[in-house]
Design a protein around this ligand. Sequence first.
Ligand code: SDX
Length: 428
Amino acid sequence: MESKRVATLTLDDGRTIELPIFSGTLGPDVIDIRALGKLGVFTYDPAFFSTSSCTSEITFIDGDAGLLYYRGYPIEQLAEKSDFLEVCYLLLNGELPTAEQRAQFNQSITHHTMVHDQLARFFNGFRRDAHPMAVMVGVVGALSAFYHDSLDITDAHHRTVSAQRLLAKVPTIAAMTHKYSVGEPFMYPKNKLGFVENLMYMMFATPADDYVPNPVLVRALERILILHADHEQNASTSTVRLAGSSGANPFACIASGIAALWGPAHGGANEAALKMLEEIGDVSRVAEYVQGVKDKKYKLMGFGHRVYKNMDPRASVMRQTCYEVLKEQKLENDGLFELAMVLEKTALSDPYFIERKLYPNVDFYSGIVLRALGIPSNMFTVIFAVARTIGWVSQWNEMISDSEYKIGRPRQLYRGAVRRDFVPVAKR
Ligand code: SDX
């Protein structure tokens, strides 16, 4: 990248350095600080509040305006008009597919949904009450033990094969994780079903009954997967990029993303938000609970975001999906949905939240929808991981495709002991 614009940094000892300023197609400019090392100083930004780690063309977020674009297309339009596999093609390849490209991509993904039969043996090593995310980290990481034929990350074809295997097999493993936790037999994928239908079939069908997914619920889950597919350089995606920068195989990198997503501050928030609503229990306790948040006893799960300082556009679509699913399931009087809306209204009118620009994020309503779809709360973050796999893989592929990429290796502000000599134990 070339730039005629510079930022001049002057240190307190009078030394100065000119640092290039770059502009993207959208969003804030960046100051290229790579030359700072010449001055023997580092920048300091522990949680990366003001640090961009890469250039990317995949997803754009405007946190102040509450905008989210996948390859330039607004999330609201994709959630309404597209389907999950088409969004996967878009994120991975940069353009919406033609009818022929779409058919070929869907065919390829469909025919990669089965997993090596020996993979099922990994599950037996887990207790039945293991958290499904613990199982997902282990079993997805184990995929690299099966697919040695596509691990040359410098080969674009190998990257495509690995990407399609991950996109196709993570839902199968997710469904197996659920089946294992409820003690039911694994259901093999059915190639005649669509991607989301297949996921619901593998999760909810049993050999004893014919299971036909409800099309309204399939559409709702499709929309949920679209909303969660990518979100630029969030914690789990940054984890995948850092793991990938060492040249680790894509299966291991995605397993590292699953591990990072699990945290309650990140993808684990949907499970935590539902637990919070169940703990509040009734609208009469909302005021008391909000006071506890303001007294900093706990956070309001599903609220706040590092980037969005306005409504998360995904939360608005999720709220509408919530309403549609509850109506279809004849749960219109679902107390938790009413409680969530009262909680949202209370928080959005309270100066504590307004001053801190705390709005509902994607996780605030997703737990209610997933619960209404019959998905147990310990599987909520697993569903998030199923959706985000395409985002992780697309971001990983974008990084590895750039021949200029290097291993990520942050520095530190050292505040430990200065040099000292070893003291024998007799003298300590
Ligand atoms: C996701 O990054 C992504 O894009 C993530 C994600 C994706 O798609 O990948 O969007 C998915 O992870 C969504 C976020 C899900 N997490 C939660 O809902 C958990 C609850 N939210 C918080 O933990 C928090 O809002 C974070 C972690 C999401 C963001 O925290 P930041 O950016 O580090 O902000 P902060 O902790 O510095 O908060 C600033 C102030 C603080 O108060 P003061 O010290 O200024 O008095 O806001 C307060 C915080 O205490 N605050 C909250 C709050 N979130 C922030 N107070 C109460 N409840 C909250 N939820």
